[in-house]
Design a binder for this molecule. Structure first.
Ligand code: CAA
Ligand code: FAD
Length: 389
């Protein structure tokens, strides 16, 4: 290929990264995935392996002690970890989600203080936007932050917080001016060790059982005023601008789950014999596999395209369609993941429906990708608003 012809694919370096992460995930993460799911326990082995190989928060810029991986490389890491274990892929994904608000809007002091420990693997970061009564309508939140001299005092409860209890740091969105609507919401860094922070019990979930989902309860949590992320009243914008970058990582998680299910199904149909031959010889089975792979590749290309746009936006380029492509890839990849994993169960027949085989776990894990970081109805609403504005 002519060196002048622009490539629209991962670089050689990014493909090398994929191979490295795949080998690591196959060796150190996949062997524990079934047990992590069965016991609903945090995948500590995955965290250790990711930290040892500096893959737990690859997106943190070099200036703050990180690997400085671009958005596409980050997608590839999450994809490959999710191919082995969806719960484990929430380690790099949520470390990114929790820290992007600081990267986008935080002061230099906040960046230095909070990004370095995450880059070193000494701390994890979570993102706390949702509440019990404010999910899709995130602006309906009730958690309050009131200024008191050199401090802010936070009260309220954030619901569904991924990796709550495990993470040391939390980006918390709270109302600072109830009369100002979305312009009266601000973002803060709250530490697990702050007095008044506690956690609800772990939710008992259908999938991603290894990733703890808990309430973060804030009772008179008094934090220094400089823990605000950006100017007062800009927290909702920061929260949504963050999701423009991180819905792409949920798409990556969905792609990885679907790829894991497809790979397993391809291997299985070549071995399983019925009517005297491998079921892979039946055209009905072949067409299912072809559709699964075709749709997965389509979703992957859109996700990579969105990742490249995200990276450009992070470098200060104007990318007017970032909101659209980010919602589009999350919505498409998660719908594809649900279909592909369901078809993988189908291709394994009765065996696919049992816990002896990994595809039913993958199907359960895929479901969440249609719900979190905004349900797919909300993604369609976001896309339509972009089209009609
Ligand atoms: N970037 C920056 N600013 C944005 C923006 C964006 N992408 N989208 C909107 N805004 C701005 C608007 O311009 C507006 O600003 P002005 O006041 O200056 O006009 C302000 O934000 C409010 O915008 P809207 O009026 O559009 O807000 P809304 O109340 O109608 O809500 C919404 C918009 C899209 C529905 C939003 O609430 C939403 O995305 N809901 C889904 C919630 C969600 O995704 N939660 C994810 C939780 S994290 C999670 O789930 C973690 C995990 O998976 C691991
Ligand atoms: P609701 O908003 O009550 O929606 C219920 C149904 O109504 C959905 O089908 C929805 O699509 C539909 N609906 C709502 N409004 C509309 C509309 N306008 N048009 C059409 N349909 C609509 N949040 C965080 O802040 N941080 C996290 O780390 C985090 N992690 C999560 C982990 C898990 C396992 C789960 C389950 C959730 C997590 N969430 C997190 C919250 C998640 O983002 C919300 O669950 C999600 O945004 C949906 O909100 P809800 O559950 O309140 O559903």
């Amino acid at each position: 290929m002519s060196p002048d012809f622009p490539t629209y694919a991962p670089s050689e370096e990014q493909e090398l990264l994929r191979r490295t992460v795949r080998e690591l995930a196959d060796a150190k993460i996949a062997p524990h995935a079934a047990e992590v799911d069965e016991d609903s326990r945090f995948p500590q082995e995955a965290l250790d392996a990711l930290v040892q190989n500096e893959l737990h928060a690859v997106h943190v810029p070099e200036a703050y002690g990180g690997a400085g991986a671009d958005a596409l490389a980050t997608v590839i890491v999450i994809e490959e970890v999710a191919r082995a274990c969806a719960s484990s892929s929430l380690i790099p994904a949520v470390n990114k989600l929790g820290t992007v608000p600081i990267l986008l809007s935080g002061s230099e002091e906040l960046k230095k203080k909070y990004l370095n420990p995450v880059a070193k693997g000494e701390a994890m970061f979570s993102y706390a936007l949702s509440e019990a009564e404010a999910g899709s309508d995130a602006a309906g939140m009730k958690t309050r932050a009131v200024r008191d001299g050199d401090h802010w005092v936070l009260n309220g409860a954030k619901m569904w917080i991924t990796n709550a209890g495990v993470s040391d740091y939390y980006t918390v969105m709270a109302v600072t001016d109830p009369a100002a609507g979305t312009r009266g919401i601000s973002a803060f860094v709250v530490e697990k060790s702050d007095e008044g922070v506690s956690f609800g019990p772990k939710e008992k979930k259908l999938g991603i059982k290894g990733s703890p989902t808990r309430q973060v309860i804030l009772e008179n949590v008094r934090i220094p005023a400089d823990r605000i992320i950006g100017a007062e009243g800009t927290g909702f914008k920061t929260a949504l601008a963050t999701l423009d970058h991180t819905r792409i990582t949920i798409a990556a998680q969905a792609l990885g789950i679907a790829q894991g299910a497809l790979d397993y199904a391809v291997g299985y149909v070549k071995e399983r014999k019925q009517f005297g031959k491998a079921i892979a010889d039946f055209q009905g089975v072949q067409f299912m596999l072809a559709d699964m792979a075709m749709r997965l590749e389509g979703a992957r290309q859109l996700t990579y395209h969105a990742a490249i746009k995200s990276e450009r936006a992070m470098h200060g380029d104007k990318v007017p369609d970032l909101t659209f492509v980010s919602s589009a890839c999350k919505c498409l990849a998660s719908d594809v993941a649900m279909d592909v994993t369901t078809d993988a169960v189908q291709l394994l027949g009765g065996y696919g429906y049992t816990r002896e085989f990994p595809v039913e776990r993958m199907m359960r894990d895929a479901k969440i990708t249609q719900i979190y970081e905004g349900t797919n109805q909300i993604q369609r609403m976001v896309m339509a608003r972009q089209l009609l504005k």
